[in-house]
Each structure stands twice: as structure tokens, then as C-alpha cells.
Design a protein around this ligand. Structure first.
Ligand code: SF4
Length: 353
């Protein structure tokens, strides 16, 4: 970093607020009729996903779960089904767990203290600050992905976000520059500047209200900040999914609540083709041969690894009786698949079969 930000708070926040009044986004669905619940749901959806993608999901979610109590009382399946396609499903599970805590410990009223909010599952310091500034008119700094990029460039903050000293430097700057008045507008503007001007590649500096004090603009170092995480090759994992078909039905299996795609319906999996018979004996009390195996049918990128999915298709002559005893397995008619929360890659595989 080039040292402490030399710019005064007013000289930084003033142009940001002026820009917001002229260009900031003011009519996003969660900006209308603001309540902590509505803002909270939007902040969680926006954590890994862009605004345009989030809007239809957000509207469907709010239609079904209009308040904390309805979300807390819902089945996890119903919540995951509405999250299907947004990815990062832990967000949905945490959202519901937090709603249950708020129902049980806070009489279904969203807490108002920063620390209480940060103690809820899935809510970090920045999200807690955003909810309380946007919905409760409090004054807290935020540091979401867009704001981090703007500050890292403006003040040439060294290091990448996984490093404690880099995050501390960014939080120090955010705390120093966030104004006590109009904090919600300022925070929204900083997010908007990051999302619309200070883009990852080719930022539009000439239109930016911060170009008068941005060190990266001054020195032409926009591409060097934020510094990238040192590259590590992602490990590759293999799995073999089993598609058991009986007439117009196929066998789905509900994944464990924790881990990837936790709680979603998927296809049974084994490590390799030698394990297929054992799996069938154990879970269906029968064995049937594979009619085909497609190797590496789909390669799916997770944050920390790549999953190469192969598919074995198994046609059955009869429905195995054992399935009916197990609530985590179901033979589902193809036209009923939309009612099940499935991971996107699995849905894509089923669409091609
Ligand atoms: S001047 Fe350019 S690099 Fe600096 S904050 Fe604005 S858009 Fe980003």
C-alpha cells in the first residue's frame, strides 16, 4: 500500500454521494419497501451472484417466503428448490438456519446489534453492515467484492484478499472513509461504482467519481490491483453417477445435508464401475447390468476442485421394493423432475438422457 489514504473523508465520500444521486441504482427490488429481511435475502443471494441473475430468484423467493417466520417454518427441500441454479447451496441452508434462530431467539424480529447479526449463520461483517445500513439506517462500513476492488485500486493495497494484513488494511480504509451521515447511500454507491465502473477488466476511470484521488488511475496500475491469489492447480476428482431407469421413472438420491450440493436431490454415485453391483445390492437388494457408460460426460468446476462426472445407465425390469423404505431415495417420473431441487450439472445431464 502507498501508506494511509491521504484523502480526507469528505473529499472521498462527497463525490461518491454526488455520483449516487445522479447514477446510483435506486429501484432494485430489494431497495423498494426495505425491511431487514428483504435486504438480508438480497445480500445473501448477491454474495456470489450478479444482480441481473439474482432478480428473478429473489422475486420467486420472496413470493414464497415473505417473512422470517415463513422461511423458518418451511421444509429445507422447499427452500433448496427455489435456490436451485443459484449455486453455493450452503447460503440457502444458512439462511434458513438463521431464520430459525431469529424465530426462536428474537421473536422473529431481525436483530439490530451488529454483533448479534454477525453471529447468525452465513453472515459476515460486511453483510451485517450492509443489512443494518440499508434497512435500519445505521452507520457501518462494508467490504463486499466490489468495494474491495475499488479501495484496493484507489489506495494500491498490497497482497490478496486471503491475507489477513490485506483485509485489515482494507477494513481500516473502509472505516476511515465511510461517512456517518447517508451511510446507506454511500455504501450502495461504492457497490455500484465497483459493479458498473471499476470493472475487473477495463475500468471506466474517466466516468468514475474517484478518479481525482485514485492512485491506480494516477499511476496507470489498475490491472495490478487487487493482486491475484497465487495460482494453484485445482485438484480433479472423479465420480460415476448411476442413472437407474424404470419405464418413465428414474432413481434420485438425496445427498447428505452437509458437503457439496448438501440436501439436494441427485443421482447415486460410486467411485468406479467395479462398485456398481455392490451399491445396487446394498441399496436396492438386486443387481442389473449397465446398458452404457459415458466417461467424463461433464466437467464441473467448483471453487476448490474440478469434478469429472461419468454416467452409467442401468435399465430395470422392475421397481426394487427396497426403495420405498428409504425417504432419501425415490423413483421419480420425468415430468416431476422440476419439483425436485437438483444441482445444475445433474439437471443438465438428465436433460440429455
Ligand atoms: S478511477 Fe478507475 S481504478 Fe480508480 S476506482 Fe475509479 S474506476 Fe476504479
Amino acid at each position: 500500500m502507498s501508506g494511509k489514504p491521504a484523502v480526507r473523508t469528505d473529499d472521498f465520500a462527497g463525490p461518491v454521494l454526488d455520483w449516487y444521486r445522479q447514477f446510483g441504482r435506486k429501484d432494485l427490488p430489494w431497495q423498494l419497501d426495505k425491511t431487514p429481511y428483504r435486504v438480508w435475502v438480497s445480500e445473501i443471494m448477491l454474495q456470489q451472484t450478479q444482480v441481473a441473475t439474482v432478480i428473478p430468484y429473489y422475486q420467486r423467493f420472496l413470493e414464497k417466503f415473505s417473512d422470517i417466520r415463513s422461511l423458518a417454518d418451511a421444509s429445507t427441500d422447499a427452500v433448496l428448490q427455489l435456490w436451485q441454479g443459484l449455486g453455493y447451496y450452503a447460503r440457502a441452508r444458512n439462511l434458513q438456519r438463521a431464520a430459525q434462530i431469529i424465530r426462536d431467539d428474537y421473536q422473529a424480529q431481525f436483530p439490530r446489534e451488529l454483533e448479534q447479526v454477525m453471529n447468525l449463520p452465513g453472515i459476515g461483517r460486511s453483510t451485517a453492515g450492509a443489512i443494518l445500513t440499508f434497512a435500519s439506517a445505521q452507520s457501518w462500513p462494508i467490504l463486499d467484492g466490489n468495494v474491495k476492488r475499488v479501495l484496493a485500486r484507489c489506495f494500491r493495497v498490497a497482497g490478496w484478499y486471503g491475507q489477513g494484513k490485506t483485509m485489515k488494511a482494507l477494513w481500516d480504509i473502509a472505516e476511515r472513509l465511510t461517512p456517518r451521515q447517508h451511510t446507506g447511500q454511500y455504501n450502495q454507491a461504492m457497490m455500484d461504482i465497483g459493479a458498473t465502473l471499476c470493472l475487473k477488466t477495463s475500468p471506466t476511470c474517466e466516468a468514475c467519481p474517484l478518479c481525482h484521488c485514485c492512485e491506480s488511475y494516477q499511476y496507470g496500475t489498475q490491472a495490478s490491483y487487487p493482486e491475484k491469489k497465487p495460482k494453484k492447480t485445482k485438484p480433479v476428482k472423479q465420480t460415476l453417477m448411476l442413472l437407474h431407469k424404470y419405464q418413465d421413472r428414474l432413481l434420485l438420491w438425496r445427498r447428505p445435508a452437509t458437503g457439496i450440493w448438501g440436501g439436494l436431490w441427485s443421482l447415486p454415485e460410486v467411485a468406479c464401475r467395479d462398485d456398481i453391483d455392490d451399491w445396487q445390492r446394498q441399496h436396492l437388494s438386486m443387481t442389473s447390468p449397465c446398458s452404457s457408460i459415458s466417461e467424463n460426460l461433464l466437467k464441473h468446476q467448483f471453487t476448490h476442485f474440478r469434478l469429472d462426472i461419468s454416467l452409467a445407465v442401468i435399465e430395470l425390469d422392475q421397481l426394487p421394493a427396497k426403495v420405498s423404505d428409504n425417504e432419501d431415495m425415490a423413483f421419480v417420473a420425468i415430468e416431476q423432475l422440476p419439483e425436485y431441487g437438483l444441482p445444475t450439472p445433474v439437471r443438465r445431464i438428465l436433460e440429455t438422457q
